[in-house]
Design a protein around this ligand. Sequence first.
Ligand code: 3NM
Length: 246
Amino acid sequence: MTSKTEKRKIPDQGQPGLVTRHSSLVTVLQLFAEAPLYAILDTAVRPDLPPEAVLEALLRAGVRVIQYRHKDAFRRSHFEQCAALARRTRQAGGAFFINDRADVADLCGAHGVHLGQEDLSPETSRRFLGTGPLIGYSTHTLDQARRAVTLPVDYIAIGPVFPTTTKKNPDPVVGLSLVTEVRAITNKPLVAIGGITMENAPSVLAAGADAVAVIRDLLAAPDIEERARLFLTALKTRSQESEPRA
Ligand code: 3NM
């Protein structure tokens, strides 16, 4: 059996905040600059579709950062599925995250974990994962974001920006103004989430987010690949108009 220490020697998990793409290393911010759409593959939203098919559609469209969101029991089949999805995303030059659980992300060989405020803390998750894997962290207030800036996390999420029907018991809507306020306090990659649609997504980047995280407006589309392409076209047009962030 491979020990944890040996596993840490795998080159693509050996440096903090970096993602292996073919033979080169890129940061999550570079992936967002290429494709500012963070797709969340929520297993409860499209139980009719195999996650493998959804992932392929997203990768074909050019999405580079994908999260697997599974709020029910994580069975052996989910581990096997996520290990395969992580490998496939890595091959395509992207980054694959698992929600909530650093241990599960580690076991699946994911690029990282996305943590909520109620999950194992970023500090403890970092201690468990070591320096290589990426950690994303959800925040819902300016105070939480201020604290997140000081934590060993690779990106900060802020939301819900707009009302959402996807998350159970969402926090109060924060609006575009909080995206701008959080942008002002950090250079960490900033992801906005909650009720984001193709129509309102450009305004979210304009408010200061590096990427928009989307579930329903992507997954509920009759053609997910086409929807993701349209999203990216709308977002790239917007980001080309603005100055790159220092
Ligand atoms: N987290 P949709 S809002 C998973 O505010 C999640 O942290 C949120 O789904 C937060 O794009 C949310 O369908 C749901 O609104 C996002």
